[in-house]
Write a protein that binds this ligand. Structure first.
Ligand SMILES: NC(=O)c1ccc[n+]([C@@H]2O[C@H](COP(=O)([O-])OP(=O)(O)OC[C@H]3O[C@@H](n4cnc5c(N)ncnc54)[C@H](OP(=O)(O)O)[C@@H]3O)[C@@H](O)[C@H]2O)c1
Length: 256
């Protein structure tokens, strides 16, 4: 059953990808551009966006630090007053591995600022015009790390759990108004973000494969777009376990 209006034909659709200078966002921009979408890409590193634009002529780069509330509001205003995006994908993310021993308040604030506060600010800003038009789709890139408490991702997992919750609550409110809301929960993807991991990442996929999975999820009108299924299936199972089973099993699996 489709939980969102399916998005399959990208010709002449306008897509704004926030966090597109590398990894999943950059691969997504390339894939959407190939399918005929008009793609606007944002991130802090303008040179990286411009290099992407040279590989895919027509891509529109806009430099944006999402933690700058004034710049964020001005960019939303600029985009929605000319050619409003049909899809806004919030792909920006911040990740530093670690648990309570490693986490500082400063580190927590950095995770919260990018993974949650800016995602909320952008969502509220783009949903206003989408609601008024009864058209548009907001997709939030969260993570399976937000499904349940896991070791070594204390701040990252907590902010992603909150983002997933935010997306769920938004879907309940926006679906009756004709506005699509989806939450993307990837497993491990080989990107600059995960290059810091010093462990073997199970079922790791490429950014290109992640982009294809997202396109397939939007085409089916899915709310939760999780991939690769061979990995996320196990996490779905862990989600259902009572704590008395969950804690010892996760300790054993992660050798904690
Ligand atoms: N890789 C994985 O295994 C994995 C798994 C689950 C979820 N995810 C999520 O997928 C998304 C993309 O991550 P990725 O793996 O593709 O990593 P990545 O290559 O490091 O991409 C992160 C993107 O976020 C942007 N960003 C970070 N801070 C920003 C800020 N203050 N303002 C604007 N843009 C900012 C970065 O651009 P600039 O540095 O140029 O600003 C970059 O384009 C993230 O939300 C991540 O949490 C990744």
């Amino acid at each position: 059953m489709s939980l969102n209006p399916p998005l399959a034909d990208w010709r002449d659709r306008h897509v704004w990808i926030v966090g597109a200078s590398s990894g999943i966002g950059a691969a997504l921009a390339a894939a959407l551009h190939e399918r005929g979408a008009r793609v606007t890409v944002s991130a802090r590193r303008l040179e990286a966006l411009q290099a992407l634009g040279r590989q895919h002529p027509g891509l529109r780069p806009i430099a944006l630090d999402v933690t700058d509330a004034t710049a964020l509001a001005a960019t939303v205003e600029r985009l929605f007053s000319s050619h409003p995006p049909d899809l806004v994908c919030y792909c920006a993310g911040h990740y530093e591995p670690g648990g309570a021993r490693e986490l500082s308040l400063r580190g927590w604030e950095q995770h919260r600022a990018v993974n949650l506060d800016a995602a909320v600010a952008l969502s509220l800003a783009v949903l206003r015009p989408m609601r008024a038009r009864g058209h548009g789709h907001l997709s939030l890139v969260s993570s399976v790390a937000g499904h349940r408490g896991l070791p070594n991702a204390l701040a990252y997992g907590t902010t992603k759990a909150a983002l997933t919750h935010f997306g769920e609550a938004l879907h309940l409110e926006m679906a009756p108004l004709g506005v699509g809301i989806s939450v993307v929960t990837p497993g491990f993807v080989e990107t600059p973000m995960t290059a810091v991991n010093d462990f073997r990442m199970p079922a790791v996929i490429t950014p290109g494969q992640a982009a294809q999975a997202m396109l397939a999820g939007w085409a089916r009108g899915r709310f939760m777009i999780d991939f690769p299924r061979r990995f996320t299936w196990w996490l779905d199972l862990l989600r259902c376990l009572p704590y008395a089973w969950y804690f010892p099993l996760v300790r054993r699996l992660t050798r904690r």
